[in-house]
Design a protein around this ligand. Structure first.
Ligand code: UP5
Ligand code: MG
Length: 219
């Protein structure tokens, strides 16, 4: 009987350990930079070459905006057009759900590129409240690009993108928001030695060559 009990507790412990091994803590790289700096383009390249899942906060918000029955559709729509930052409760829920679904579908997918987030203090606080201890932020990949280049790229894309914020008026607001709210977040991470800065004004291949150097070194 005692042997049976020991065997059963051993089995419980080993099954719990298996559970821990399976539930890897998400490893996160925040991807930041101005509007049109090339965050999405470079994340797509990274996904082709490394085992990361790309989650663009902007894409998740645009999906939620067009989801039938979403109670936030109109709010998201007006925030995006105005280049303002959507309240974090909405964004963090979308990110958390996307991370959970990804890991549930494949336990090996625990590395995430979180693109376009956190953009302000509210975002950062929301992340800390919900994710502190549950995910590790490895570093911030910062695509550094002049405002002029950013604006030109988005205006060019605006000819065919259908994005409601790829027009000069929205872009000026997006740049202002970026300078006032997002740059201080990047600076905060910089002080912690967590920023990997990439000159994003060059062509896509040159930028990616530098991205590779960072990822090959730091995973
Ligand atoms: N392009 C890319 N790289 C190039 C290169 N090296 N040389 C020449 N051209 C290059 O690229 C933009 C365009 O430039 C493309 O046409 C590309 O081919 C070309 P892309 O890779 O899309 O740049 P990206 O930095 O991803 O630009 P994006 O417009 O997506 O940046 P934003 O940060 O402005 O947009 P996002 O989708 O993240 O957010 C949109 C809005 O959503 C925000 O303004 C905000 O209102 C809201 N939002 C929140 O409220 N909270 C969030 O957490 C996230 C978003
Ligand atoms: Mg993008």
């Amino acid at each position: 009987m005692i042997a049976g009990l020991i065997r059963s507790s051993r089995e419980k412990v080993s099954s719990a350990l298996r559970g821990i091994a399976l539930a890897m803590k998400p490893q996160v790289v925040f991807v930041l930079g101005g509007p049109g700096a090339g965050k999405g383009t470079q994340c797509a390249r990274i996904v082709q070459n490394y085992s990361y899942t790309h989650l663009s906060a902007g894409d998740l918000l645009r999906e939620e905006r067009s989801r039938t029955g979403s109670e936030f559709g109109q709010l998201i729509d007006s925030y995006i057009k105005e280049g303002k930052i959507v309240p974090v409760e909405i964004t963090i829920n979308l990110l958390r759900k996307a991370m959970e679904e990804t890991m549930k579908a494949d336990e090996n997918k625990f590395r995430f590129l979180i693109d376009g987030f956190p953009r302000n203090q509210d975002n950062l606080q929301g992340w800390t409240t919900v994710m502190d201890g549950k995910a590790d932020v490895k570093f911030v990949l910062f695509f550094d690009c002049s405002n002029e280049v950013c604006i030109d790229r988005c205006l060019e894309r605006g000819k065919s993108s259908g994005r409601t914020d790829d027009n000069r008026e929205s872009l000026e607001k997006r740049i202002q928001t970026y300078l006032q709210s997002t740059r201080p977040i990047i600076e905060q991470y910089e002080q912690q030695g967590k920023v990997r800065c990439i000159d994003a004004s060059r062509d896509v291949d040159e930028v990616f060559a530098d991205v590779k150097k960072v990822l090959d070194k730091e995973g």
